[in-house]
Design a binder for this molecule. Structure first.
Ligand code: 5GP
Length: 201
């Protein structure tokens, strides 16, 4: 018997603590983090191919036309997208894949015409405790200007209304609490009968 991989989709307003979860999970052997493509500029310390595949908009649009993306969206005035092939290969090999995408990307995966993708999907929303805490975390992160922080907070308020569309919602607390809640979800999802396939003929 073998298990098919799970496509864990995590969405959260920026600063909600999602990156911390993603970074910790990247260090576990049973889950692969799918690196997204983006047309935004790298932030200080970000590494091409590790944080994102940083792409020129022309290249991004060429790959949209080639059908290479499982989903893509415009977020904060830039393109962001998830490449299809590596994800599908991992899922078929029984390896879980984690993607960190916005609410539009999660919605388009939910509506995928590919039933293999829909069946593998487990979507999780990370809800910041409140907007003030989010503002505080963004200021502390120090990677955006005051204007960009206000822009992201306005986007966050809109994103936070979508939590019901997700199968799971984690109300963000400390990093350790968030990780424990996430691990509880992953553990149970791995034992779903429908994910097990029998190799007997
Ligand atoms: P940031 O610029 O802070 O790294 O990410 C901004 C937003 O883009 C976040 O909400 C993040 O989840 C989203 N994002 C990152 N990668 C993807 C992707 O491949 N597809 C979509 N739809 N959103 C993404």
């Amino acid at each position: 018997m073998k298990r098919l991989g799970i496509l864990f989709v995590i969405s959260a307003p920026s600063g909600a603590g999602k990156s911390t979860i993603c970074i910790s999970l990247r260090q576990t052997p049973d889950t692969v983090y799918a690196v997204s493509c983006t047309t935004r500029a790298p932030r200080a310390g970000e590494i091409d191919g590790e944080d994102y595949h940083f792409m020129h908009p022309d290249e991004f649009e060429r790959r949209i036309a080639a059908g290479d993306f499982l989903e893509y969206a415009r977020v904060h005035n830039h393109y962001y997208g998830t490449l299809r092939q590596t994800i599908v290969d991992h899922l078929r090999d029984g390896i879980d894949v984690l993607v960190d995408i916005d609410i539009q990307g999660a919605a388009s995966i939910r509506q995928s015409t590919d039933s293999f993708i829909r069946d593998s999907l487990v979507d999780i929303f990370i809800m910041p405790p409140n907007l003030e805490e989010l503002r505080h975390r963004l200021i502390k992160r120090g990677t955006e200007t005051a204007e960009q922080i206000e822009f992201r907070l306005a986007a966050a308020a809109a994103e936070m209304k979508c939590w019901r569309e997700y199968r799971y919602t984690i109300i963000s607390g400390s990093m350790e609490e968030d990780l424990q809640k996430f691990r509880a979800i992953t553990r149970a999802e791995r034992y779903l009968s429908r994910r097990i396939i029998s190799l007997e003929t």
